[in-house]
Design a protein around this ligand. Structure first.
Ligand code: FPP
Length: 255
């Protein structure tokens, strides 16, 4: 692995990487081809980051594949994206099993075409005991919508007496999000240069390091991913604290 992991300390990898995969359309436009062609190439980048994460030992990878806002795109593009997701699940299942990858899906899955819902469910079921890595596909996902459904469930539990409102703290609330049980992302990567969170994980990104690259998603492959990980490892994560002198020295020495 050494030759392909420059500047990466395999002992200090992020546990959870979340990615906003942006720029498929611009990538295609620059080549005078259809946006759907851009998404197709984007699918190959998905494959590359999943494989690289697994090989390095990253435990959680979340991919923002389709947002609640994306439903407003032209019907043909939406249908093409749904088709791509379906094909991805079908072609990758064998590899997921071989590499012990567990798939989870979050978002309003009821809005997806029934065939895609069925394929998602069967892939989730087939991979549910895979211990190697978890890939979280955010489809028809919105951070605010996730907050709303969490608030609604929590209010119902409070009303029915299952939970005492006085006992609600950050840990309790966290358990109501669709990402319950998944550690918060250590690193958020956004491609194509936009400095926005775009209604992705709002609650979960509180302390995540953010890495934005100009690279468009279809061009974001293993080398670009490694660059992001190397930058992550140079950051000093303080979580709002002041690092003790010794701790800071240790971090510097580790770099
Ligand atoms: C953003 O590019 C990308 C999307 C809306 C969809 C992401 C989908 C894929 C990467 C392909 C399939 C996914 C999986 C998980 C197999 P954009 O169209 O917004 O680009 P633009 O901002 O340049 O127009």
């Amino acid at each position: 692995m050494g030759a392909t992991t420059p500047n990466i300390d395999l002992h200090r990898l992020p546990h959870h990487v979340a990615i906003i995969m942006d720029g498929n359309g611009r990538w295609a436009q620059r080549r005078g081809i259809t946006r759907v062609e851009g998404h197709k190439r984007g699918k190959d980048s998905v494959r590359a980051v999943v494989e690289t994460s697994r090989r390095l030992g990253i435990k959680y990878l979340s991919l923002f594949a389709f947002s609640t806002e994306n439903w407003q795109r032209p019907r043909r593009e939406v249908e093409a994206l749904m088709g791509l997701l379906r094909r991805y699940l079908r072609t990758e299942l064998r590899k997921m099993m071989k590499n012990e990858i567990r798939l989870l899906a979050i978002g309003d899955l009821t809005r997806l075409p029934p065939a895609l819902q069925a394929d998602l469910q069967s892939t989730i079921d087939a991979t549910k005991n895979n211990p190697g890595m978890t890939v979280v596909l955010a489809v028809s996902y919105g951070g605010r919508e996730d907050m709303v459904q969490a608030a609604r469930k929590l209010a119902c539990d409070a009303r029915s007496g299952r939970i005492d409102p006085e006992k609600i703290d950050a840990r309790v609330l966290d358990g109501y999000f669709s990402t319950a049980g998944i550690p918060d992302p250590d690193l958020l990567i956004r491609t194509s240069g936009e400095m926005r969170i775009s209604n992705f994980f709002l609650w979960q990104l509180a302390y995540s390091e953010i890495y934005v690259t100009e690279t468009l998603w279809p061009d974001f492959r293993e080398i670009e991913f490694m660059d992001a990980l190397a930058v992550f490892q140079q950051r000093e994560r303080r979580f709002g604290r002041i690092l003790e002198h010794q701790e800071a020295e240790q971090l510097r020495a580790a770099r």
